[in-house]
Design a protein around this ligand. Structure first.
Ligand SMILES: O=C(O)CCC(=O)C(=O)O
Length: 297
């Protein structure tokens, strides 16, 4: 681990990552302005690119404010606080799903996800006109939320190209204590191997089930496990942590194994995860409509 001192345990679904310090490391930052060959090489080697300062931080913060303003009347935010801070009141989650289903349809959210810095980066990286998947996720997490278990994204996108890329964008700073994404070092290769095994097992299933993340060969959630320390041990790898800053964006491959950790602060961790690919590659038809709470994907 680097010199950054973690003053409290890092946990995920009650498993403590900091109990095994030799299984922890740090994400490597990347300057997005590097030439394409260097970016591609790094993306293929690492399975991710943590692009520092690719987005205009003010634009990101403006969107953070707008997002939390939508919850100002439902008791989610601590009374008397600035919505832009996104301070959790400890309750008021009753109408979150309903409001979220509207937010994913906002023109301003679509515009945020279509920032020229993002699509132009993908055109440079992928080498052609790109497509943004309509199904986009935006998540605000609090200390009482469960964490995202270990998975790789192709599990949910099997009916399209495996050249799809995920952008995970922190909307506001997300230091380790606020539970950002953690990546399993070197796991792109492992994800490929696991997917080949699942494909072989799934090959006898009817087409709709074959592409499902929840078919009989998968776990209930499509996740590999919630026990992140055990997975790192089993695979002799490390979970890579990061202090994400406003303006950053992580690009990860559909085979890269990742998860999230607990937000230990009342300041909500806001992020969006969206997917880009070359428009000429096969597009998973299940991702061509907006996210909805019951879309079962
Ligand atoms: O933000 C999260 O907790 C999960 C995000 C994720 O799994 C992804 O970006 O693919």
């Amino acid at each position: 681990m680097s010199a950054r001192v973690l003053i409290q345990p890092v946990t995920s679904n009650h498993f403590t990552l900091t109990d095994s310090p030799d299984r922890l490391g740090w994400l490597v930052p990347t300057d997005p302005a590097q030439p394409r060959e260097r970016l591609l090489d790094q993306y293929q080697t690492q399975g991710y690119l943590w692009l520092k300062g690719i987005l205009d931080p003010q634009r990101v913060l403006d969107f953070r404010r707008r997002y939390f303003e939508a919850f100002a009347h439902v008791g989610l935010l601590e009374a008397g606080t600035d919505p832009a801070d996104g301070i959790y009141s400890g309750g008021g989650k009753g109408s979150v799903q309903k409001i979220l289903a509207e937010i994913v349809q906002w023109a301003s959210y679509e515009a945020f996800c279509l920032a020229p810095e993002i699509w132009q980066f993908y055109e440079k990286l992928l080498g052609g006109p790109v497509y943004l998947h309509k199904r986009k996720l935006i998540r605000a997490t609090t200390p009482d939320d469960s964490c995202t278990g270990a998975h790789y994204d192709l599990t949910y996108l099997r009916a399209g190209t495996d050249r799809v890329c995920t952008s995970w964008i922190p909307i506001g700073d997300i230091p380790v204590e606020m539970g950002g994404l953690v990546y399993l070092e070197g796991s792109d290769a492992l994800g490929r191997q696991l997917e080949a095994e699942f494909s072989a097992k799934n090959s006898h299933l009817p087409p709709e089930e074959r592409i499902s993340a929840y078919n009989k060969n998968m776990s209930e959630t499509g996740w590999l496990t919630k026990d992140l320390p055990a997975l790192a041990n089993r695979l002799n790898s490390r979970w890579l942590l990061a202090d994400y800053e406003t303006g950053d964006m992580v690009v990860h491959s559909p085979y890269m194994i990742h998860a999230s950790t607990t937000n230990t602060r009342m300041r909500m961790r806001l992020s969006t995860d969206i997917r880009y690919q070359l428009v000429r590659d096969a597009i998973d038809p299940r991702w061509t409509t907006n996210w909805s709470p019951d879309d079962k994907l």
